[in-house]
Design a protein around this ligand. Structure first.
Ligand code: ADP
Length: 183
């Protein structure tokens, strides 16, 4: 039996800044260049220091020469942040004419797979794609929570760190409508 089978991670929601989280790994809503951007990506690189960018450059020079594809995930050090690792994932840009929900779900699934490979026991996610990439927060919350609750994982705690009250409320309502218990 694999280590991950049957595990149910504790799910928590809080309002806060993901760069301050004391968890093993934080997820970054990166862009495919991996070379930094605005929003949560900018905050992570600013607070985490240049080591993160150095490792991102190394990923670009090796495995992801053309950039990290949308929906995929890759880890680096977390530099000076309290976390040990940053798991970079690229959310889809929202489109009202093209359903990209599976790509947003892939970000969550693949980030958890990377967390598992790292041996991370606690992982914090931001609300991927809901900033510059314009995904409506209520829908993003449903996709994020449904996906992590269905992904078998040896991770013990999955924390969503929401930057404002509106996002926190959306995630709380999504957890409620999916019938997910919060830890
Ligand atoms: P994307 O390009 O995937 O939309 P953004 O960084 O623009 O990524 O936004 C994703 C979400 O992260 C937004 O809901 C934004 O409010 C939030 N956010 C921005 N900074 C932080 C932070 N320091 N901690 C947690 N969430 C953040």
């Amino acid at each position: 039996m694999s280590e991950s089978s049957g595990a149910t991670p504790r799910l928590t929601l809080l309002r806060g800044d993901i760069t301050e989280q004391q968890v093993d790994a934080i997820v970054n809503a990166a862009n495919s260049s991996l070379l930094g951007g605005g929003g949560v990506d900018g905050a992570i690189h600013r607070r985490g220091g240049p080591e993160i960018l150095e490792e991102c450059r190394a990923l670009r020079a090796s495995k992801y020469g053309r950039g990290l594809p949308t929906g995929r995930a890759a880890a680096t050090t977390a530099g000076r942040l309290p976390a040990r690792w940053v798991i970079h994932t690229v959310g889809p840009v929202f489109s009202s004419s093209d359903d990209r929900s599976e790509l947003l779900a892939d970000c969550h699934r693949n980030s958890l797979l990377v967390a598992e490979e790292l041996g991370a026991r606690s992982v914090a996610f931001p609300a991927i794609s809901t900033g510059v990439y314009r995904w409506p927060i209520d829908d993003a919350a449903i996709i994020a929570l449904r996906t992590v609750s269905q992904a078998p994982s040896s991770v013990a705690e999955i924390r969503f760190v929401l930057f404002d009250d509106r996002a926190l409320t959306a995630f709380r309502q999504a957890a409620d409508s999916l019938g997910l218990p919060l830890g």
